[in-house]
Design a binder for this molecule. Sequence first.
Ligand SMILES: NC(=O)c1ccc[n+]([C@@H]2O[C@H](COP(=O)([O-])OP(=O)(O)OC[C@H]3O[C@@H](n4cnc5c(N)ncnc54)[C@H](OP(=O)(O)O)[C@@H]3O)[C@@H](O)[C@H]2O)c1
Length: 230
Amino acid sequence: MSTSENQPTALIIGASRGLGLGLTERFLERGWQVIATEREGLTRPELRQLAARDSHLSVETLDMNSDESLEELYTRLAGKTLDLLMVNAGTVGSPDESFAQRLLTVMRTNVVGAMSALRILSPTVRAGGVVAVMSSELASIAANTQGGWEPYRSSKSALNQSLRSFIAENPQTPWSLTAVAPGWVRTEMGGPDALLDIETSTRGVTEMLMTRFNQRGIAFLNYQGKTLEW
Ligand SMILES: NC(=O)c1ccc[n+]([C@@H]2O[C@H](COP(=O)([O-])OP(=O)(O)OC[C@H]3O[C@@H](n4cnc5c(N)ncnc54)[C@H](OP(=O)(O)O)[C@@H]3O)[C@@H](O)[C@H]2O)c1
């Protein structure tokens, strides 16, 4: 890992592809140091190819569903102070799973994994910094008049609920927390019919996150900076 004292540093969890890879590119474009994670043993080359071209990027291995893996990363970060922690990793599960299995799959990653990442890694974030977690517009209970995507939607609602509890129970938290709705984006998860390309979404998310420095408390914001109903 090589980080500079003079440049802000972001840790992006789940950056092998899709929005996490896009966010990594956006922060590098801004001149940040980026520590980006991928899962061990998986063969997507894009993140490592980017790291080979840009010395401001370092790659770490992490499985967000393993507390041991999260603790090991926390240990490797010893002495580093992050300006931004982005917990991006998430899943929709597989259509081959039964309803019950799919619900368990998405809850495991999108709630248990994401909240464990937040709890274990956020002590590395400086006062006045930003912690963000990838939620979804589908998380909104208030806006759910149409249904659809029940397991995934439920997991992101539960994630938002946990994020609100975390801040309510830790009101002295010295950084801001943001539940992020990136829009419907053409990734492997979003599919080819999605409305946004990765660059449009991640550029918007990055600009929105810049408004969250030196603040406290929680907000549920989309990639255009709009406040969403819980
Ligand atoms: N795309 C959309 O339209 C959309 C809309 C709303 C919200 N979101 C949210 O945005 C985030 C990124 O979505 P995406 O569209 O970029 O999805 P994606 O293309 O499916 O990528 C998911 C990323 O999460 C990583 N990941 C999954 N489980 C992980 C785990 N246990 N530990 C570490 N990394 C893990 C994947 O790594 P591997 O390559 O190792 O599998 C991959 O890098 C997710 O939280 C998603 O729910 C997406």
